[in-house]
Write a protein that binds this ligand. Structure first.
Ligand code: HEM
Length: 206
C-alpha cells in the first residue's frame, strides 16, 4: 500500500522539476560561494574537489536507481534515471573545466602533458571520455537510432566509469594517505555493482 502511494507520488508532475533543482543546488552554491569569496583560502581547490565529489555522488545516485526500483518495487523511479545520468555528466564537465581553467590556465598542451604525466588524472579523463557517448545517446532519437539492445550494451560502460572513478579518487588520496572517504565510496559502488552481478548470475541459472 505504502509502495503504491510512493510510486504515485514519484509520478507527480512536480517531482522531476524538484529533483532537477535539487541536483542543481550544489553547482549554484559553488558559483555563489566563488562570486562572494566564501570558498576559503584556496577557492580553486574547493571548486575542483567539490565538483569531483558531486560527480561521484551523482554516479552513486544513478547506479542506485535500478536496485531501489527492484528491491522496493518503485517502478516510477525509472523516469528519473536519465536526468540523474545527465547530472553525472554536468558535474564531470564542471570538474574538468575547473581543473583545465584554474589548475592549467586553459593551456591545451599543459593539459595534455599533465594527463599523460599523472596517472590519476589519466584515469579520471578516461572516465570522462567513457561518459561522453552515454550522455550523447541519452535522447529518445539516439535510443531509437541505436536500437534498444545496442543502447543497453553501450550504457553498460557506466560500470567501467564507476570503477575508474573510485580508482581516480583512491589514487588522488594515496598521495595524502587519506582513504576514509574512498573506502565509503568503494563500499557503496561495490554493493551497487555486486547486486547487479548477483542478479545476473541468478537470472542466468534460471
Ligand atoms: C567520472 C569522472 C571523475 C570523477 C568521478 C572524479 C572525482 C573526483 C573526486 C571525488 C576527487 C577528490 C575530491 C576530494 O578530495 O574531495 C577528484 C579530484 C580531482 N580530479 Fe577528478 N573526477 C573525475 C574526472 C576527472 C577529470 C576528467 C579530471 C581532469 C582531466 C580530473 C581531475 C581531478 C583533479 C585535478 C583533482 C584534484 C586533485 C587535488 O586537489 O590534488 N578528474 N576527482
Amino acid at each position: 500500500m505504502e509502495t503504491a502511494r510512493f510510486n504515485r507520488w514519484l509520478l507527480a508532475r512536480t517531482v522531476k522539476p524538484l529533483l532537477f533543482l535539487l541536483c542543481l543546488l550544489p553547482a549554484f552554491w559553488l558559483v555563489y560561494g566563488a562570486a562572494t569569496d566564501q570558498l576559503g583560502a584556496n577557492p580553486a581547490e574547493v571548486l575542483i574537489r567539490s565538483t569531483g565529489d558531486w560527480t561521484l555522488r551523482m554516479l552513486c545516485a544513478v547506479l542506485a536507481v535500478t536496485p531501489l526500483r527492484v528491491l522496493l518495487k518503485l517502478s516510477a523511479l525509472a523516469r528519473l534515471r536519465r536526468m540523474l545520468g545527465l547530472y553525472v555528466y554536468f558535474y564531470v564537465v564542471l570538474h574538468l573545466l575547473c581543473y583545465a581553467w584554474l589548475d592549467m590556465g586553459l593551456d591545451p598542451s599543459d593539459i595534455a602533458r599533465d594527463i599523460a604525466k599523472r596517472p590519476f588524472i589519466l584515469v579520471g579523463f578516461t572516465a570522462f571520455v567513457l561518459l561522453t557517448p552515454l550522455a550523447a545517446t541519452s535522447w529518445n532519437r539516439a535510443i531509437r537510432a541505436l536500437g534498444a539492445a545496442r543502447w543497453q550494451l553501450l550504457h553498460k560502460l557506466v560500470y567501467a566509469v564507476a570503477v575508474l572513478a573510485v580508482l581516480h579518487f583512491f589514487w588522488m588520496r594515496a598521495g595524502k594517505n587519506n582513504f576514509a572517504e574512498v573506502q565509503v565510496y568503494a563500499g557503496i559502488f561495490g554493493a551497487l555493482l555486486g547486486w547487479r552481478l548477483l542478479r545476473y548470475v541468478r537470472n542466468r541459472r534460471i
